[in-house]
Structure formats: C-alpha cells, structure tokens
Design a binder for this molecule. Structure first.
Ligand code: SF4
Ligand code: F3S
Ligand code: FES
Length: 235
C-alpha cells in the first residue's frame, strides 16, 4: 500500500516557524510507524530528528502523537492508521527539533516523588530478602510495568496547562512504591502528592489510561492514591 506520511518539522537553527513535510512511501500493513520514519531518515532526508532505541516497546523513547493519539512509534502498525498518517511530537513539552521534545520537566516531576525503594530497617535475622506474600506483591503489580514513555502525562490536559503538575507517570511510580509493603516512605510520598501541583490537579479525565502502551490502569491507580490520602489505609 502507498502511505502518505505527514511529519511535523522544526529546526530552531533555521526555521522561524514549524511546518509539516509530506512523504509518499510504499509500506506493508504490518510495518510500524517507526519503520516509516527510519525509511525517511535513511533514504530521503537524513536531517529528520526523532528518538528511538529498542524498537520493541521496552525503552519508552519513541512516544509520538500519531493521528492525534499518543503511541509508541515502534508499536504502531500502519494497518491501524490507514493510508494517511500524521506524526507530531507529544504535547506539553518544548520541541527541541522535529519530533524530539525536551523531557526535563517530565523527569523533574518524576524525581519529586522519590522514585526509589526506601527502607532503612535492618534486614530480617536470616539475612535474606524482605519477603512479601503473593497478595502483597499483586497490590502494586500493575504499576511496576511503567517504561516512562510519557504518553500518559503528555496527553493530560492538566499537564498541558502547567508542566509543574506532577502528572500521571509520576503518580504511577508513587503508587508502585506507596503500596509496596517493604517500602517505608509512603507517608512522605503521600505528602508530596498532596502539594499544590500534585494529585488534586487530576480531574479523572482518563486520557492517560487510554494512552498507556503498557495498558496500566492509571486512573484507577490515581484513585487508589486519593483514597489512601483520605483514609491512610494502604491495604
Ligand atoms: Fe508510559 Fe504508561 Fe508509564 Fe505513562 S504509565 S509513562 S503511558 S508506560
Ligand atoms: Fe490527567 Fe489522567 Fe487525571 S488524563 S486528569 S492524570 S485521569
Ligand atoms: Fe523503545 Fe519504542 S523504541 S519503546
């Protein structure tokens, strides 16, 4: 099939304003949008800038807006988008060049919720690992799947309004640690979530859940955090 690929272009060194460039490409329905971008870069215009690494949905580096919806380019099949495909940078972050955005505000927010295991208590007497029951592990299993692609946060209207909003990705990681029975900093993290740019700015829009390539139930996780803040119950 022939695909018309329309790509957002902006090079701050030479362009006064962003523009779109269109490329006609032969593609198989099972090609991925990332394959099309690689083909343009490899054979038509080597100046096209975009991020990618693993090409298998693991590293989270190629989040893009494809036909208006956030997706990983390496998981987006041509057959699901049709003959006309528009590729743009994810929204709410400054464009550095073409499809590459400045991820600093995203990772600054992520760092605020202390995205690491905290437990200063001594190890159990047998010196082995801190054990958990199957049920305790299942409590936060879903939120361990995050690959920090930013598809969620950059589809959230609260983040578009202000990039100091913690955003759903940071809250997913907060959930992952707050409900981990081995971690000892739940109250500190809940306090961070309660601050001005925190969880109160989530208005249950659900864009984040719909955008997540790992199918994490983000809005549900945020709801569980809100409940924990009110009840103090981490079960
Ligand atoms: Fe990406 Fe999903 Fe993690 Fe958000 S929660 S950063 S959409 S993997
Ligand atoms: Fe935004 Fe998701 Fe809440 S889209 S408003 S973080 S439910
Ligand atoms: Fe790694 Fe797509 S390139 S997730």
């Amino acid at each position: 099939m022939e695909v018309t690929l329309k790509v957002f272009r902006f090079n701050p060194d030479v362009d006064k304003k962003w523009r779109y460039e269109t490329y006609k490409l032969e593609a198989d329905p099972t090609d991925r949008v990332l394959d099309l971008l690689e083909r343009v870069k490899g054979y038509t215009d080597g100046s096209l800038a975009f991020r990618r690494s693993c090409a298998h949905g693991v590293c989270g580096s190629d989040a893009l807006r494809i036909n208006g919806k956030n997706s990983l380019a390496c998981k987006a099949l041509v057959r699901d988008y049709g003959e006309k495909i528009t590729v743009e940078p994810i929204m709410g972050l400054k464009v550095i060049k073409d499809l590459i955005v400045d991820m600093k505000p995203f990772f600054d927010n992520y760092k605020k919720i202390l995205p690491f295991f905290i437990n200063d208590s001594p190890l159990p007497a047998d010196g082995k690992e801190r054990r958990q029951s199957i049920e305790q592990r299942e409590r936060f299993d879903d939120t361990t799947k995050c690959i920090l692609c930013a598809c969620c946060t950059t589809s959230c209207p609260s983040f578009w309004a202000s990039d100091d909003y913690l955003g759903p990705a940071a809250m997913v990681t907060a959930h992952r640690f707050i409900f981990d029975s081995r971690d000892e900093s739940a109250s500190e993290r809940l306090h961070i979530l309660s601050e001005t740019s925190g969880i109160a700015r989530c208005h249950t829009v659900f864009n984040c859940t719909m955008a997540c390539p790992r199918e994490i139930q983000i809005t549900k996780a945020i709801g569980e955090l809100k409940l924990a803040m009110v009840t103090g119950n981490l079960e």
